[in-house]
Design a protein around this ligand. Sequence first.
Ligand code: TRP
Length: 335
Amino acid sequence: MINDKKVLYSGMQATGNLTLGNYLGALKNWVSLNEEYECFFGVMDLHSLTVRQEPADFRKKARNLLILYIAAGLSPEKNCIYFQSHVPAHAELSWLLNCFTYMGELSRMTQFKDKAAKHADNINAGLFTYPVLMAADILLYQADYVPIGRDQQQHLEITRDIAERFNGIYGDVFTIPEAYYGKAGAKIRSLQDPAKKMSKSDENVNGSIYLMDDPDTIVRKCKRAVTDSGSEVRYGEDKPGISNLLEIYSVCTGKTVEEAEKDFAGKGYGDFKLAVAEAVISVLKPMQDEYGRLLKEKDYIDGIIRDNDEKAAYFANKTLRKVKKKLGLTEMPRK
Ligand code: TRP
């Protein structure tokens, strides 16, 4: 508990181009959580290093992700928005927790297996211990809730296992976190293959709408989206392409899927796709404008980074001190 509120923690890796799926499925839903919870949202730049990064590009991407959080509506006063690498406690606790995590457990992580297969030339130890750093992120802030997608459920599970193991030996040190599902975030699928989710790592750029795509690109991608046989704009299992577009339209306009179906009764796929594109643009454009404005506000952003890093470090260090004491690490003598 912080300020009588339960704590909620989440974050995104600082790499890859965020998609409409990331926005509608996660970021957008984070915006109002601070009303009920004390919220921390990290820019997970240490996690990004499990894949080789080009330094100048990486530096820019990480900072821009923080700016994007704010442009998307996350208030930097009401939430703690900060860089993982600016709070050394993450790396420290990660080491300590490594000593309470088994090779066997980590070997079972499906994301490790997938990523190892994908980056066969760079299967580094960081990729293997990725979930332990994630556990440190969450446990440092004594988080009660962690909003995550399906692909991260296994990582939250191992976080709970590590925390319970530690608590079992040393007493109640860590809060055991739970997944936060809230009102179901939209599950947006690839425009080119609705069997897959819309992903920032998709090689087919036409499958994803990126948050920074300009209106022409959005129109083009919507027009090219795969559709299903028939010509009716209707939601259904036999119509995965149209259903996905209906879902996007519905979240972007705030209408229900049924209302959307009514809007397009008797109209063809062409009209519908154009309307989907317009709905997406009406959501992304204001955010892009705000992002462009914030990019120029260097001093303002620097100030936010300083304040929030400090706030994050305060809570993280509190937990880290407790952990070190429990483990019997000697304290630094005071002057
Ligand atoms: N692994 C998460 C992802 O790729 C990002 C992440 C890192 C995270 N640490 C976290 C998410 C802590 C929630 C809580 O999506």
